[in-house]
Design a protein around this ligand. Sequence first.
Ligand code: IPD
Ligand code: CA
Length: 333
Amino acid sequence: MTCPIPQAELDEIYAFAIDLARKAGALLVERIEERNSEQVYAEKENAVDLVTQTDEDVESLIKTAINNKYPHHRFLGEETYAKGQSREYLIDEKPTWCVDPLDGTVNFTHAFPMFCVSIGLIVNHHPVIGVIYAPLLDQLFSSCLNRGAWLNESRQLPLIRKPAIPPLPPTAPSKCIFACEWGKDRRDIAGGNLERKIESFTTLAMEREARGGLGGMVHGVRSLGSATMDLAYTAMGTVDVWWEGGCWEWDVAAGIAILLEAGGLVTTANPPDDIDGPIESVKLGSRLYLAVRPAGPSATETGRQTQERTVREVWRRVRQLDYTRPGLQTSST
Ligand code: IPD
Ligand code: CA
């Protein structure tokens, strides 16, 4: 893609975002260490949709720093958005910071280390900068357009790249690590999203002969409890496939930037009518995501072909999820 912001300016913004993510991460750790009783939280939509004072404080730290440094940029943060009435998709072509101050809030309240701060910059609908910092793990994932994707600013992603980035397995999703999330919609509705997700997870986990030959026999099913961390680990190459419905743009903006810069693929979670047709890039804001790790060529396929084959094999095994979104633009990342 071409970005209207000159590379030198992007590089400066990138350094600013990394510094900011580290500061925000330090505040998250401080709050865990200060805690001497149960973490205090409020429930939003239901008992698993949580917000803590820390979510609010970290968002305010990030928002203030961005507004001071880049007053002409827009800002969209999870907590600011959650307080508004509208559920419209708000990002347009203007430079917009898309921020989750604390992804994996449930993990945070239990001091389970899979939580992070996520800072993305979207320009012309494309995520061009992504920074994710998981402070208890001290893992900082980052990328800037044309600058590669990095772990702790020193190890290029994906991690396994020498002598070459491996292709996806010829039998994928078998032999893959498959990540998914249970999500926050726990309503017991026959044919609802929870039922469809669980049926899909099970199909992917089952032996190959199961369900009329659709069994995925994946090596493992993982649920990290943070959509952002799922994407970061897919960019690292340690998760092969991530499939999810229901998360929001701040959960994925930075992760998509990092995954794309690392060489990954992101498309929609929902199988299209023509599974064998061209694979479209994901629409940020669609709430439906299927991500595949960076892949190198095999003897018979390009890396991209191994990714696309994997996407189609996952689509054959999952059910359509139903998450609507008003105001979604038609353009894709
Ligand atoms: C949630 C987590 C979770 C995903 C949800 C997100 P939060 O974000 O990423 O894994 O399933 O869709 O909303 O509430 O922890 O910031
Ligand atoms: Ca989140």
